[in-house]
Write a protein of this length. Structure first.
Length: 317
């Protein structure tokens, strides 16, 4: 059984640490917040005084963005100093594709292995991750993925494997791009209908009746926003900014995404950063249109634990 290192004990890192300990692994943890480290040590983890000391057979980084990852890996007393041949670093942080490419290149210089990854949780991380009810997408060389599969299956219900280390980062940002555009469009449409006295729930019935299932699914997801435990507006904003930075480097225009980013800026200026993204957009459109979207809500179905065995899915071109 490999030893595990975990750098980052935030909203996702802490429950991942709990899951690792519950599966019986020897875990060494590091975080800038001593209290979160103390909590994990009380559960059986080992304390590291630096990212360098946290390096183990398999080392996970679960940090907010590329800034924190580069600091933890390449900064003073960083993980890179302790990396040796045979060590595998799996970055599950909110990093961009370029950061994944850099990590892979630098680690290969030391004959160490790298996987880029992302976490996909359908509920509050503190609840679903300790239960293993989430998905991990990882990208990298097939032999590296295969060497980590047994461990990853202990963590998550589904492991999606991609051929390049940067791909999970790009695809996760693309998911956020879709969701952001849908949230804004649906909030705007709901405000437009409500201002005329039309019930959004009646509109949902029409969409279902006419077979407009994709549009109905978007509206239904928006209407469940008050029960949505997904990512906060602050996280979505960060991902959209990363997408625009990638587009700028590629020298391609992104007019729709640029407008979406400005609408998110309005949400931030209105103090809505801690709300989940659809709830933030709903509240923002209430503020700017003067409409009351309380009727455009519905309860979310409660889902029990998925009893399936963990599965590994390989995707390729």
């Amino acid at each position: 059984m490999p030893t595990i290192g975990l750098i980052g004990l935030g909203n996702a890192g802490r429950p991942i640490g709990e899951r690792i300990l519950a599966r019986g692994y020897t875990l060494t943890v590091y975080d800038l917040n001593p209290a979160t480290v103390d909590n994990m040590v009380s559960r059986g983890a080992r304390r590291a005084a630096s990212a360098r000391q946290a390096v183990s057979d398999i080392t996970l980084t679960v940090l907010p963005s590329s800034i924190e990852v580069r600091r933890a890996v390449f900064g003073e007393a960083g993980a890179f100093e302790a990396v040796q041949p045979g060590v595998t670093l799996i970055d599950l942080s909110g990093t961009d594709p370029e950061c994944a490419r850099e990590l892979q290149s630098r680690l290969e210089e030391k004959r160490a292995a790298f996987l880029g990854g992302t976490i996909h949780a359908g509920g509050a991380p503190a609840i679903v991750i300790p239960q293993g009810q989430f998905t991990i997408a990882v990208g990298g060389k097939r032999e590296i993925i295969d060497g980590c599969t047994s461990f990853l299956k202990e963590l998550a219900q589904t492991i999606i494997c991609l051929p390049q280390a940067w791909m999970p980062k790009a695809f996760k940002i693309a998911v956020i791009m879709y969701a952001t555009a849908n949230n804004i469009a649906t909030a705007e449409i709901s405000s437009w209908l409500t201002a005329q006295g039309a019930e959004p729930k009646l509109f949902l019935k029409l969409l279902r009746t006419t077979g407009s299932h994709a549009s109905a699914a978007r509206l239904e997801e928006f209407m469940k926003r008050n029960n949505n435990n997904g990512g906060a507006l602050s996280n979505s904003y960060k991902d959209i900014r990363q997408a625009l930075e990638v587009a700028a480097a590629l020298q391609i225009p992104m007019p729709l995404l640029s407008m979406a980013n400005q609408i998110q800026e309005m949400g931030r200026a209105s103090g809505l950063t801690r709300l989940n993204s659809p709830a933030a957009m709903g509240k923002l459109y209430e503020l700017i249109t003067g409409t009351d979207l309380s009727a455009a809500t519905m309860s979310a179905d409660k889902k029990g634990p998925d009893g399936r065995e963990p599965r590994v899915i390989y995707l390729s071109d």
